[in-house]
Design a binder for this molecule. Structure first.
Ligand SMILES: [Fe+2]
Length: 118
């Protein structure tokens, strides 16, 4: 598994489907998102399937807009779930919203979605 730490992993490209499903950040964007207004962006790593123990857990989640870092939340194992809601004020009418999550055993995982504001 050490090779997972030497690249950015994605659920779709994961050689092990079960590992990919547990680590892919699931990004939820409100349908009524508008440029320049606060919007709640939710990120849930692995849809709740990832282990959450002291030995195996998600350490943090980052949010990026067009590859620009905009925020990070760190998690304590066991007592926090790797789910987070970012309040984003995005100036763009169209942007690529991405999330990166780091598992202490399985490295970095990312996913992205294209946001088109009304
Ligand atoms: Fe993991």
């Amino acid at each position: 598994m050490a090779d997972l730490f030497w690249k950015m992993n994605t659920q779709d490209a994961s050689a092990d489907k079960a590992v990919g499903e547990k680590h892919g950040p699931v990004i939820s964007i409100p349908a009524d998102m508008k440029p320049g207004e606060p919007s709640k962006i939710r990120v849930n790593v692995g849809g709740g399937k990832h282990p959450n123990t002291n030995d195996h857990h998600i350490q943090w989640v980052e949010l990026r807009v067009n590859d620009l870092y905009v925020g990070r939340v760190e998690f304590s194992p066991v007592i926090m779930q790797p789910e987070v809601e970012f309040t984003l004020i995005c100036p763009h009418r169209e942007a690529v919203i991405s999330a990166v999550a780091r598992c202490n055993l399985h490295g970095l995982w990312t996913s992205k979605t294209v946001c088109t504001c009304s």
